[in-house]
Design a protein around this ligand. Structure first.
Ligand code: SF4
Ligand code: SF4
Length: 470
């Protein structure tokens, strides 16, 4: 067999990098209907995020994930490690909601509510306020370092760092009471973990929203990669109407479109200039598009100036473009099998979870039998000892009573009434006596019932084993 020599590559071919160096994007400021929605979402999400930690409920922080005490407080509810199932359900609801919203309106979450989008928008706003809009920022970056440039850049980064640190501080405030945390910051008395997490979260915010921006969406976010699996031909996406727009070309505002051999696109490239990911939507749907609709706003403004109908770039579906569907026809297809199935599953899970939360008993009981051998007393009765872990999940102390059943004549001979402080667990030792001749030699099923002293509806039954020597 003839062995072929290896191909010789030129130095230029060898140096070819597989990594595409990203060009800095300078999105132009804009206003419009969708921009207003984006800012509304920024305000809503950030007021919620920064404000929630300062709310008080029952003389404590309203929302606090106390990892040390292993208790999660969410307004009037207290969740314990035993309630982990609710966290799992929450994740399932979040995933299904994402599937549903994506099937209906593409990357609507990315465009309006994703933290990366929201913080990038805040950081870009700061940048614009300090350095100016697109053209000014480009000029500043192209210019050599000067005192003015240095001051502008320093001011921008200082403002970014302040927002990032405040974000890190708020994040930690969900796990440590924020008022205590604030006092510790003021007195320079923070613990090492608090310092680490404030800096870590702050650094992630500063890096992602200030520096990496669209790179996070393009290269790091997995959702961009698998979103196409959730799209179908009736999914609303930001789309350029090529049939109407092409052939594109510049023209005077006074020119009569019907006499020109041109489409509606005047090739002003404003849709590219406002795009936070720097793509040209006229090239079709691309995975980099985060569905922010900035290009719709700006193109509508161009169409208004040209006295052309709006909607050259618009939210539409593949079917709508092919079949020329009206708005009513498009929305009529929102209710299709895929969205109905997602909605049905999502609605059922939310309903079951809400019912389960509403019916959740504020009392949990675990029964542990003492490892020691059962004791046979002088009168022939048998004693077994247990330890009951009684958890009061309410934020008020409660008194409980214990009863025992399952074996005829079984009785509790230790104190069977006890109190458990608010939102805490108490271990209660319980001694059970079974008279001579009752029960079977060996293992017997015994039932403990723990009942709230004041509210008979709050009652938990647990099984255990009562041993009678053979
Ligand atoms: S903004 Fe509209 S008119 Fe201008 S280039 Fe983009 S699609 Fe064409
Ligand atoms: S193409 Fe339009 S919708 Fe997509 S990211 Fe760019 S501006 Fe936003």
């Amino acid at each position: 067999m003839e062995i072929k020599p290896l191909k010789q590559y030129s130095p230029k071919e060898v140096d070819q990098s597989l990594f595409e160096t990203g060009k800095k994007i300078y999105p132009r400021a804009l206003s419009g209907w969708f921009a207003t929605w984006r800012w509304t979402m920024v305000w809503l999400t950030q007021i919620t995020f920064y404000g929630t930690t300062w709310l008080t409920w029952n003389n404590r922080q309203a929302v606090l994930f106390d990892l040390v005490a292993r208790k999660f407080y969410i307004f009037g509810m207290v969740f314990w490690p035993q309630d982990f199932i609710y966290l799992a359900v929450l994740l399932v609801i979040a995933a299904l909601s994402l599937f549903l919203f994506t099937a209906v309106a593409g990357r609507v979450f990315c465009g309006y509510a994703c933290p990366q989008t929201v913080y990038t928008q805040i950081f870009m706003w700061i940048e614009r306020k300090i350095e100016g809009d697109r053209a000014k920022r480009m000029r500043i970056d192209d210019a050599a370092m000067s005192p003015r440039k240095f001051i502008l850049k320093t001011a921008k980064h200082a403002a970014w760092i302040a927002v990032a640190l405040w974000t890190g501080f708020t994040f930690v405030g969900y796990f440590t009471p924020i008022r205590t945390l604030a006092a510790e910051v003021v007195s320079f008395d923070l613990g090492p973990w608090q310092i680490f997490w404030i800096l870590f979260y702050g650094f992630a915010t500063y890096g992602n929203a200030g520096w990496m921006r669209e790179q996070v969406c393009k290269y790091m976010c997995p959702y961009a990669r698998f979103q196409s699996a959730m799209f179908d031909k009736d999914t609303l996406t930001v789309t350029y109407d090529g049939q109407r727009g092409e052939p594109r070309g510049s023209r005077s505002k006074q020119a009569d479109l019907s006499t020109l051999n041109l489409g509606s696109c005047i090739n002003c490239t404003l849709c590219v200039q406002v795009c936070p990911t720097g793509i040209d939507i006229r090239n079709g749907l691309q995975y980099e598009c985060i569905g922010c609709a900035a290009c719709i706003d700006v193109c509508d403004q161009v169409m208004d100036k040209m006295h052309y109908p709006r909607g050259l770039i618009r939210y539409t579906t593949e079917h709508a473009l092919v079949e020329n569907l009206s708005k009513r026809g498009i929305w009529g297809r929102v209710l299709r099998p895929r969205t109905l199935i997602y909605s049905g599953i999502l609605g059922s899970i939310i309903l079951i979870t809400a019912l389960s939360l509403a019916m959740r008993l504020p009392l949990k009981v675990d029964v542990l039998r003492d490892r020691g051998m059962p004791r046979i007393m002088e009168d022939g009765s048998v004693h077994n000892v247990y330890r009951l872990q009684v958890m009061n999940t309410e934020e008020a102390p409660h008194r409980y009573t214990i009863e025992v059943g399952g074996i005829p004549g079984a009785e509790i001979i230790s104190d069977n009434s006890f109190a458990v402080p608010a939102a805490s667990t108490t271990a209660v030792p319980v001694r059970v006596r079974v008279a001579l001749g009752q029960g079977e030699p060996g293992s017997n099923k015994i039932i403990f019932t723990v009942q709230d002293h004041d509210d008979k509806r709050v009652s938990v039954t647990e099984k255990a084993v009562f041993l009678i020597p053979r």
